[in-house]
Design a protein around this ligand. Structure first.
Ligand code: GLN
Length: 287
């Protein structure tokens, strides 16, 4: 079969699904299998593809049809200009999360241009937040924590990929993971994109997210706010005076998370909106 014919089959297989982009995904999967870039596929439509690649392509596109995320298939996802390795068991980095990371990087450059500071990231996934901060702010030490083993494993693959010695990952339940590190009142910034979906809403998530991304990275408990309460309360033992606590939130959680921070005594609390105009980040400062 030639490239064009195979692409047509790919499109037919995944077409009509809310979560797929049939032509683009067919091209991406095929270029990945052939180990060529996308332009090669555009130019060489009449080129013969061997049977082995053909079979693998069809098998993958059938899997994609079930909703299996394209990023797990390709093993990659771009975030903050960096190409992260991703695989099953870690949340795929979302573009809206760049808002929080951009804020943090600007804040560090402005407040601490010369100092060596400590940043704590709770719930690392693929390491996207920790490693972007580590990459763009060379003077920071980033401590990334996750309760699951897989994110620590994938985070370390990405740490090696970007060659960042100022970022380290620890497995454990939130602050327990860094208990032995003598970081009490020594952290300048605590950042988190915690699980924030209400347990009862997990079932109605888009199929690719619902069936294949890790529930532990999504389930925020009955009202979706469990982690904001836990983290905000314990943060006070770890932040320096004036330290920043910053979260990604669900589009409808702005006021609730703001009042959690208020209740814990944080000041100058603000909500940032994403490119879609939704509340996406809440931040506050410790007294
Ligand atoms: N933004 C993710 C989603 O809607 C949720 C991520 C999270 O819970 N932190 O799938």
């Amino acid at each position: 079969m030639v490239i064009d014919e195979l692409l047509k089959i790919g499109v037919t297989l995944v077409e009509g699904n809310e979560y797929s982009n049939p032509i683009l995904e067919s091209i991406l999967v095929l270029s990945n299998l052939l180990d060529v870039d996308k332009t090669y596929i555009y130019i060489h439509g009449k080129k013969e593809v061997n049977k082995d690649i053909e079979d693998r392509f069809i098998k993958i596109m059938k899997k994609r049809k079930t909703g299996y995320p394209i990023q797990y298939i390709l093993g990659e996802r771009e975030f903050m200009g960096l190409n992260f390795h991703v695989e099953e068991g870690v949340l795929i980095p979302r573009p809206e999360t760049e808002l929080m990371v951009e804020y943090i990087i600007d804040y560090i450059n402005k407040e601490y241009p010369m100092e060596n500071i400590n940043v704590l990231d709770l719930g690392i996934g693929s390491g996207a937040i920790s490693l972007s901060i580590g990459k763009y702010c060379a003077n920071t030490m980033v401590y990334g924590v996750d309760i699951e083993y897989k994110p620590i494993y994938v985070g370390n693959i990405n740490k090696d990929r970007f060659n960042l010695s100022n970022v380290n990952f620890y497995q454990g339940d939130l602050f327990e993971a860094i208990e032995d590190l003598d970081l009490k009142n020594k952290i300048h910034i605590i950042a988190s994109n915690p699980p924030y979906i209400k347990t009862k809403d997990l079932e109605s998530l888009q199929k690719d997210v619902r069936d294949f991304e890790p529930k532990t990275a999504l389930d925020g408990g009955e009202d979706g706010l469990d982690f904001y309460r836990k983290i905000s309360h314990k943060s006070k033992n770890y932040l320096i005076h004036g330290g920043l606590l910053i979260y990604e939130i669900g589009y409808d959680q702005g006021n609730q998370v703001k009042s959690i921070l208020d209740g814990e005594g944080f000041t100058n609390i603000s909500i940032l909106k994403d490119l879609q105009g939704h509340d996406r980040v809440v931040l506050g400062f410790m007294e």
